[in-house]
Design a protein around this ligand. Structure first.
Ligand code: NGO
Length: 496
């Protein structure tokens, strides 16, 4: 029934009230916006609805508050207690209203509207369906401002179209940050004008040695624009000083022994590093960070810092002492995997926690001293962990991660001794040693990912019942079928 769709939303909203008869979108429906800054959302909504409904759905601006037969997108001053990424959605027989303080909130409301419509709305060809939105009102806002998803495009390269589809999946579940792991031992995937060999030579291979590639600056800008239109901030990661094999293969001088490293098509970790004692290393890092900062409108640059196993602690600290300030010099806020804390970087440096345990005293101490954290424990948020021993794709170094495991944790309290206020939010990680295609990405990401997306958005009190959640997750499958998502039908979920 239409009203049932109010009960199967993922992420679950803060407050949902069913009020009986709702609104049916017809060819008489118009979309109205009063505020020019909401026009982007109106266009996104219109494009989304026009294909499956076949209706014109004209967008009318400055028509005042919507009258009959309108989907009205309204921006209003924050009223007390409202959250800047929140929205309110109302559906009754005369029309629909989504109201928010910011366009990002309207966009979140549009994703909820998408799930209140019949699954047939996911078709990109005209369907003869009654497009009814159940009667009700929803008040909603995110628990965490930061809801992230990481994608490793270095071990295997994924083209612009694939990354755009990945961004669409993030938007569908209200995730608002995409962390692109652009560089590693097997490939350098972003064009740097001042060091052209990084992509001339460092991007011509990948794990297994297959065909590969990189993003030109134009393609990177295309991804930025596509993400911005979906209120997703892109965070580029240049992993340093370890995981630098592709750079070391491209430029002899970056190696301590002055000879180029062999091309790496394997999956070992921890056996590479830039040469800590050479000045050219810091010229290189400065050039790279400068160019990446220039092409990245978002506030963050991730500099990795994980698994620098072939340098000493003091070398690592020397490196980070020189490199973290470079990120700041170019106006960005540094993020690193949580090992970066060993170098005691400036307190604005964000640490991304990725180990499996609840106890990390150094991380807890850093959080108490003002560092913000991103929660990516490999035992719950690593989407490349196998679902079970039968899963062909993925890895299992952190153990098997069932879909229930991806839901049964709390980003705000996962780390002992860390107050929720230090947690920016959860971020999934999808490493691509074993993933080569969009279908491979989809298989590990669905249904692993929506549970973590819910933990990032929904109230803690509503996300601790797997037995309740599994029914809402199951109801998503009718949409994924139409979208053509290659999802894993885990026996853990009562699929329709
Ligand atoms: C931060 C981090 N460093 C390692 C670790 O996570 O595991 C990943 C595979 O799960 C691997 O690809 C990555 O290089």
């Amino acid at each position: 029934t239409d009203a049932a769709r109010l009960e199967t939303l993922v992420p679950v909203p803060v407050d949902v009230t069913s009020t009986g008869r709702g609104y049916t979108i017809t060819d008489a429906t118009t979309i109205t916006v009063e505020d020019a800054t909401a026009e982007g959302v109106a266009e996104y909504l219109a494009e989304f609805l026009r294909a499956p409904t076949g209706y014109d759905l004209p967008i009318k601006t400055h028509q005042g508050r919507g009258g009959r037969d309108t989907i009205s997108l309204q921006l209003s001053e924050p009223s007390s207690g409202d959250h800047e990424q929140g929205y309110r959605l109302r559906s009754n027989p005369s029309g629909l209203t989504i109201r928010a303080n910011e366009p990002a909130g309207l966009f979140a409301g549009v994703q909820t509207l998408r799930q209140l419509l019949p699954p047939a709305i996911e078709h990109d060809t005209e369907q003869s369906t009654e497009w009814t939105v159940p009667g009700g009102h929803i008040r909603d806002y995110p628990r965490f401002d930061y809801r992230g998803a990481h994608l490793d495009v270095a071990r295997h390269f994924f083209d612009v179209e694939t990354v755009k589809q990945f961004i669409d999946y993030l938007a569908q579940y209200k995730v608002n940050h995409l962390h692109l792991h652009l560089t590693d031992d097997q490939g350098w995937r972003i064009e740097i004008d001042s060091w052209p060999n990084l992509t001339d030579e460092g991007a011509d291979s990948e794990v297994g040695g297959g065909p590969s590639g990189y993003y030109t600056k134009e393609e990177y800008a295309e991804l930025i624009e596509y993400a911005q239109r979906r209120y997703v901030t892109i965070i580029p990661e240049i992993d340093l000083p370890g995981h630098t094999g592709a750079a070391l293969e491209s430029y002899a001088e970056l190696n301590c022994d002055g000879t180029k490293r062999e091309e790496d098509t394997g999956t070992n970790v921890g056996d590479t590093t830039l040469c800590i004692d050479k000045d050219v290393t810091y010229e290189f890092v400065d050039d790279v960070i400068r160019e990446v900062a220039e092409m990245t409108p978002g506030p963050y640059i991730h500099i990795g810092g994980d698994e620098a196993h072939v340098v000493s602690d003091s070398e690592y600290n020397t490196f980070m002492d020189r490199v973290v300030p470079i990120v700041q010099k170019y106006g960005k806020r540094p993020i690193g995997w949580h090992q970066i804390l060993d170098a005691e970087p400036p307190s604005e440096t964000i640490a991304q926690y990725w180990y499996t345990g609840h106890d990390a005293p150094d991380v807890a101490e850093a959080a108490q001293n003002g560092h913000d954290l991103i929660a990516s424990p490999a035992s719950h948020a690593y989407m490349d962990m196998k679902y079970n021993e039968d899963t062909e794709l993925g890895l299992d170094w952190a153990g098997l991660t069932s879909v229930k495991d991806a839901y049964d944790w709390d980003p705000g309290s996962f780390l002992n001794g860390v107050d929720e206020s230090a947690i920016m939010g959860p971020e999934t990680a999808l490493w691509s040693e074993t993933l080569e295609t969009l279908e491979d990405i989809e298989f590990m990401f669905f249904p692993h990912f929506p549970p973590v997306a819910e933990l990032g958005w929904s109230p803690a009190a509503k996300t601790d019942e797997w037995d309740e959640f599994e029914h809402r997750l199951a109801a998503q499958a009718s949409r994924w079928e139409i979208q053509g998502v290659n999802y894993y039908q885990t026996p853990q979920v009562p699929w329709p």
